[in-house]
Design a protein around this ligand. Structure first.
Ligand code: ZN
Length: 144
């Protein structure tokens, strides 16, 4: 089993009004991070996520207008189409504390966001489309 070690940890906040997914992608490209882990928390003014329908193998979009808490943002960085790629899921809380979430899509606008990005040392993980699930999964690396 491959043992990944943390090479460095970036910690900071993303700008008010910025796009969460695009912002994360810009950081990993700028910092040349090909393998890593993303954690975050904060709040959105608008959120766009998706639910993956396993029968149709399509992402169905969901949108949340108004302020939502980012209770958890969790993701990873690996390679897709020859470039570092962010895959992240987000858990959102509404004013009553109800929880929603999904696969993070471009278009989520931030009120605030504090993120940790850990870069790992180790063999790259490469994504490619897998026929059975229709998802772009890791085709390299270990099956645990
Ligand atoms: Zn996903």
């Amino acid at each position: 089993m491959t043992n990944y070690k943390v090479k460095r940890t970036l910690m900071g906040q993303l700008p008010y009004g910025s796009d969460l997914y695009d912002g994360l992608t810009q950081i990993i490209l700028r910092e040349n991070i090909c393998l890593g882990r993303i954690h975050g928390l904060g709040a959105t003014t608008f959120a766009r996520v998706a639910y993956y329908d396993q029968s149709t193998k399509t992402y169905n979009p969901l949108e949340f207008t108004g302020g939502m808490e980012i209770l958890n943002l969790f993701g990873n960085v690996s390679m897709r189409d020859g470039k570092p790629f962010v895959h992240a899921h987000i858990v959102l809380g509404d004013p009553q504390g109800r929880v929603f979430g999904g696969h993070l899509m471009p278009g989520t606008k931030l009120f605030a966001c504090e993120v940790f990005i850990e870069e790992f040392d180790g063999a790259e993980l490469v994504r490619a489309r897998e026929e059975r699930t229709g998802l772009h999964l890791w085709t390299s690396g270990d099956l645990l």
